[in-house]
Design a protein around this ligand. Structure first.
Ligand SMILES: C[S@@+](CC[C@H](N)C(=O)[O-])C[C@H]1O[C@@H](n2cnc3c(N)ncnc32)[C@H](O)[C@@H]1O
Length: 414
């Protein structure tokens, strides 16, 4: 397939591209967080590795190590690494999963650790079945999470939730106890997060006799919760001992597409970020258990899916909405510039033409992929325009992304 414009683009930037051997798989992979205090609390599989963020901050000239922005904050790895290194940080995240992780980690700094230790000892001996009917704070399932927990696990889970909401008065301790449960939902369930979706173990009888899958050991509620609480207490104790002063962390519960355009220009020194890749992975499905736990219902789930930067075939076009938004902010000219920049990318147009032809030849695994790729790059064009606006003149942007193949490869029959 002729790649004229892509070759031209590569030629244009050849002198600026280099391979950095320090950025090896070990440093970049989420696995690098294994065992690290805080990062081990909740397995946000798309999260940055802390060593990578630390490496990038260390590479940044000292005068640009003041205010960091991560507009796709996720679990907040970039924000917290920056905070530990004495930078102020600003984050934007639209999904309640990441927001809850960040908020809890921040609140954990303020907890009365002795009280937390006391209550965690006490609850190890509680029979959660006794609290199962003691309130209305049970887990409300989404359509796609029903049947996720084996045996009595859901009863224990509901008992624990009722206990936390009814009996625990200290809001931070309550939050941390609930967070411990939130962090073990996958471990105690029949599900496993598998890139594009939530995969179900055969023991749940949800696969209708299709693909066989056994996720291995499913942990008991009591054991998993007790281990998680010990881990949380241990990590907080270390931080409490350090007791150093940390700079401000500002978190916006919003979509980047509407928050970035209203951040002050020339206000950021450094961006470290990783947007969703254009790979059809749907966070609202992979994190369905956690979203249900946080009270998201079926309707809200659909809204969250649409609020994500376009990266699944289900995302509808946001063009008119965004245009309207810029108009209302008296920034119609900027919107035109973003659109012009998007339409003048010949290499992208080339790729879209190829994908269109694959669509006609039935070579795509979903016919909506062309729309997804187009909208992904339009939205990213807007994001990059706005990042350029908010960053100071010689500020630095580190962005992690990946490439994807959409063409279906058919095996040849002999
Ligand atoms: C690759 S993850 C980033 C993970 C992050 N670097 C970390 O360390 O956890 C991308 C994140 O972007 C968020 N996201 C997607 N669309 C967004 C939007 N429109 N506004 C804000 N955040 C969005 C997703 O919810 C997800 O948490």
């Amino acid at each position: 397939m002729n790649g004229k414009y892509r070759l031209e683009l590569e030629e244009k930037y050849k002198g600026k591209i280099s391979v950095n051997p320090n950025l090896n798989r070990q440093l970049v992979s989420f696995q690098a967080n294994k065992g690290l205090p805080f990062f081990r609390w909740f397995k946000y599989k798309e999260g940055f590795s802390a060593p990578l963020v630390n490496y990038l901050i260390d590479q940044t000239p000292a005068h640009r190590r003041e205010i960091l922005l991560d507009p796709f904050s996720g679990s907040g790895a970039a924000l917290f690494c920056a905070r530990e290194k004495g930078l102020k940080s600003v984050g934007i995240e639209v999904l309640p999963v990441g927001l809850f992780i960040i908020k809890t980690r921040l609140d954990a700094e303020k907890v009365n650790i002795d009280d937390l230790i006391k209550i965690s000892k006490k609850i190890k001996n509680i029979d959660w079945l006794e609290f199962e009917q003691a309130g209305n704070y049970g887990f409300t399932h989404l359509n796609i999470t029903r049947g996720a927990f084996p045996g009595d696990t859901e009863k224990f889970l509901n008992g624990f939730r009722n206990y936390c909401y009814r009996e625990v008065t200290d809001p931070i301790i309550k939050e941390l106890l609930l967070f411990a449960l939130f962090s073990i939902l996958e471990t105690i369930s029949f599900t496993r997060k598998d890139e594009q979706y939530l995969r179900w173990d055969d023991r749940a009888n949800k696969n209708g006799g299709n693909a066989k899958f056994n996720k291995g050991e499913i942990y008991s509620f009591k054991e998993a919760l007790s281990e998680k609480l010990d881990e949380i207490i241990f990590d907080i104790s270390i931080v409490k001992r350090e007791d150093k002063e940390r700079k401000e962390l500002t978190l916006y519960d919003d979509s980047i597409l509407y928050r970035l355009p209203v951040l002050a220009e020339n206000s950021i020194d450094l961006v470290i970020t990783s947007p969703p890749y254009c790979n059809r992975y749907d966070y609202t499905r992979t994190y369905a258990l956690e979203l249900a736990f946080l009270g998201v219902n079926n309707e809200a789930l659909k809204e969250f899916r649409q609020s994500q930067l376009t990266s699944t075939v289900e995302n509808r076009e946001k063009f008119e909405q965004l245009k309207d938004f810029y108009l209302k902010k008296n920034r119609a000219d900027d919107f035109d510039r973003i659109f012009q920049s998007f339409t003048s990318q010949n290499a992208l147009a080339e790729i879209l033409t190829i994908l269109e032809s694959y669509k006609i030849d039935n070579k795509l695994n979903n016919s909506t992929i062309v729309r997804m790729v187009k909208n992904y790059f339009f939205e990213m064009c807007l994001v990059i325009f706005e990042m350029f606006r908010v960053i100071k003149k010689d500020g630095i942007v580190y962005m992690v992304n990946d490439n994807v193949r959409y063409e279906v490869r058919r095996s040849r029959s002999i």
